[in-house]
Design a protein around this ligand. Sequence first.
Ligand code: SF4
Length: 379
Amino acid sequence: MKYIDEFRDKELARKLGGAIAAAAAPDREYRLMEFCGGHTHAIFRYGVQDLMPANLRFVHGPGCPVCVLPTARIDAAIALAERHGVTLCTYADMMRVPGGDRRSLLKAKAAGADIRMVYSTQDALNIARARPDRQLVFFAIGFETTTPPTAVAMKQARAEGLKNFSVFCNHVLTPPALRAILASAEPDSVSIDGILGPSHVSSVIGSGPYGFVPVDFHKPVVIAGFEPLDVMQATLMLIRQINEGRCEVENQYRRAVTPEGNRKAQALVDDCFELWDRFEWRGLGFLPSSALRIRNEYADLDAEIRFPVESGESREVKGCECPSILRGVKRPTDCKLFGTVCTPENPMGSCMVSSEGACAAYWSYGRFRDADTNEGRAA
Ligand code: SF4
């Protein structure tokens, strides 16, 4: 297949749905976690769940960069902009996520802070170049996919001698979060039979870093592309592994993912960042070696050194179930605020804001309204 439409072909989807139904053993349940919010949205947007047998359930994972950021880091970003009077730039979704006091960057901007939405690190660099009299802080978020562009911007700033550009670093790592979910001994931890591995993240890190999943947790992984037929083909590959008792890392997304990943991007990231001993994740708590911080060699570009702010404790809005949703333990419809107090226009938690959040996916595509969905039947 060469073009995007071919990955959304109805007839092929029906055939794949039939193959999945034929492969799924009727006497067992299949709980497959899609780690990445991009997959969650593909599943809901294209009605993939409706094409699955009743005993197959997709469990939504924490792979949404905006969703996993704890409120303490949002509060710190707001404090950075307000107390130090810098221009703070970040990606769109981040602007509307409520912090600990339900204050978002957008509300802080409305109150007078200089906070701007950018589409790329290059936009942020351009603002810094245009206003050398103002300090610009780029509020960097995201998994392994968005880290290389941050590294490129840091190197460009260094090469150009830009003295008014720095980075508030919040880049997180996929494998430690996956490990934390699989290793969770919490009484309410979710039971998972297989993992749909991320697409874009894997194009950077490769398929190699998921090797611990079969070895340490005896679960199969299939790296899947973001199109509906990708998700369905990867689902079929997972079912076959589970039925045959195999636990391997397989790669459905071979058109973009290799075992070793993008070495050039990895080298860039290694040059600018190092492992942070621990970092807080919304829903998962403090995880060891699960995020990156700026290396000492680039300390002049580290906003947390240049513009220190105290970090408080993270607090969720009362009643918001984002932490449980991010661990796959609950679904958006389990939250009493879903669709009542909390909507995309008035989000109470990160999962309703982000274009990759599970609550936003449920709400946007309205499939929760159909009582006869497979998910409803599987519940
Ligand atoms: S519906 Fe809103 S309040 Fe409930 S879990 Fe989702 S984001 Fe949080």
